[in-house]
Structure formats: C-alpha cells, structure tokens
Design a protein around this ligand. Structure first.
Ligand SMILES: [Mg+2]
Length: 94
C-alpha cells in the first residue's frame, strides 16, 4: 500500500478537521506505547497473536496518527517526502 493510499483509507472513516489536538494527543499517546514496546523488547515481525503491544503495532499506530494529522492539514506525505529529499540531500551532502 502506498502512503497516499493509507492516508485516503484513514480519511474515509476517521477524519475530524476540527479536532487536530485530538489526533496530536493520540499521536503522543502512541509514541509512549511505542517506547513501552521497545523497552519490553517486543521486536520483529509478529504474528496476529503476537501483534498486541509489539513494536510493529505501535509503529503502525504512530503512522496512523501521522497520516490522520496530515489529512487534517491537507498534506500529501508522498509529495512532502519528495520535497524533503531535495532539502536533505543538500543539507547532508548525500
Ligand atoms: Mg497503540
């Protein structure tokens, strides 16, 4: 799945343009859960039975709320990636 497809998928059922603070706080909550998963060592690609509380699940949750926030601000993350690549190549000389 492309990032733009993920953004569109999330927007189709979870989009509240008037509540950016809600999505931001959820993002921070998920970052905390990611930290806990890393500390607990639940790494690697889990099976469905192992997914709950794993780094994989919490990384996805973080990505979910990044996409939801991007949707609120009408930001296409794929286009942003292309622009940042230009800036980063110049900044880091790569
Ligand atoms: Mg989570």
């Amino acid at each position: 799945m492309k990032l733009s497809e993920l953004q569109n998928h999330i927007k189709s059922f979870d989009h509240a343009p008037d509540l950016p603070e809600h999505y931001f706080l959820k993002l921070i909550e998920e970052v905390g859960e990611l930290a806990e998963a890393i500390r607990n060592g639940k790494v690697g690609q889990p099976s469905l039975e192992e997914l709950k509380g794993s780094v994989a699940e919490e990384l996805y949750d973080v990505l979910y709320y990044v996409c939801a926030l991007a949707n609120i601000y009408d930001i296409n993350l794929e286009q942003t990636h292309d622009l940042k690549e230009v800036l980063n190549k110049a900044k880091y000389n790569r």
